[in-house]
Every structure is written in structure tokens, then in C-alpha cells.
Design a protein around this ligand. Structure first.
Ligand SMILES: [Zn+2]
Length: 138
């Protein structure tokens, strides 16, 4: 176990990266808490999701920005060298080929958008619309 000297939270891994201090309660707070270098990308993703999911509620769920309408539709999260997008396993399967083309690795339910690739905003829009139209993808 490793205990962060700043916030006192305990983690399995030493120097586990995490948000020190009070957990963000809104997506604005979440984005502001991230490294400056990644904020623009997060804001772009957010604006795509908001325009594809205009009637979804934006909130923090599982410590991630989340779009919710009766159930969680999609989450995203910032990491050091990538942004995670979590549309559920079916969506990932459905878009596997396009994700390969965009240079984004993926695993069950999770897509990694490396900071080194151009943000695939139209693909993100397509994925969000697919999640919106096909229902529940926890
Ligand atoms: Zn800490």
C-alpha cells in the first residue's frame, strides 16, 4: 500500500496518479483539475458529446465525466498520455475497424485516444450517436 502524502488516500501502486484533494463534482471542475496540456482536447470531446447528446444529463459518475439519460450513455476520462472513452463493450466492438484506422487502441468497453494522434472528433460523434440510439451500454 502507498499513501499519498498530499491527500492521504491509499493506493496499491506507489505514486499512483490520481486527483489529489476533493473529488471534482462537476465536469468543469474535472477538466480544470487536469493538466493544462490536455484540457483543450477534453473540452473538444465534451462539446462533441454535448451536441450529440443534447438531452443527456452531464455529471460525474465513477469519478468520470458522464452523459446520462436514465442510464449512463458514455464516459470519458483524462490520463497522462491518453484520453479514455467508455461507450460500453458493444460500441467498441461495433467501431473496432474505425478505431484501428484512427490509431486508437481499445479493449472491452474502453477506447484509448493517445495524445499523439489527431483527436478523432467525428468518430467520437458517431460513437456517441450510436450509444444514444441503441440504448443501454453500462
Ligand atoms: Zn493525493
Amino acid at each position: 500500500m502507498w499513501k499519498c502524502p498530499k491527500c492521504g488516500r491509499s493506493f496499491k501502486k506507489e505514486n499512483q496518479s490520481h486527483y489529489c484533494g476533493k473529488a471534482p463534482e462537476t465536469v468543469d471542475e474535472y477538466i480544470l483539475a487536469q493538466d493544462e496540456g490536455i484540457r483543450d482536447q477534453l473540452l473538444s470531446i465534451r462539446s462533441v458529446l454535448k451536441s450529440e447528446l443534447p438531452d443527456a444529463t452531464e455529471k460525474i459518475s465513477w469519478s468520470m465525466p458522464t452523459y446520462w439519460k436514465g442510464h449512463n450513455i458514455i464516459h470519458f476520462a483524462a490520463a497522462k498520455k491518453h484520453i479514455g472513452l467508455y461507450p460500453g463493450p458493444e460500441a467498441v466492438e461495433h467501431f473496432a475497424e474505425k478505431l484501428d484506422q484512427a490509431g486508437c487502441p481499445y479493449s472491452k468497453g474502453a477506447i484509448r485516444i493517445p495524445c499523439s494522434v489527431e483527436l478523432p472528433l467525428s468518430l467520437i460523434a458517431e460513437i456517441a450517436a450510436w450509444c444514444r440510439d441503441t440504448g443501454n451500454h453500462p
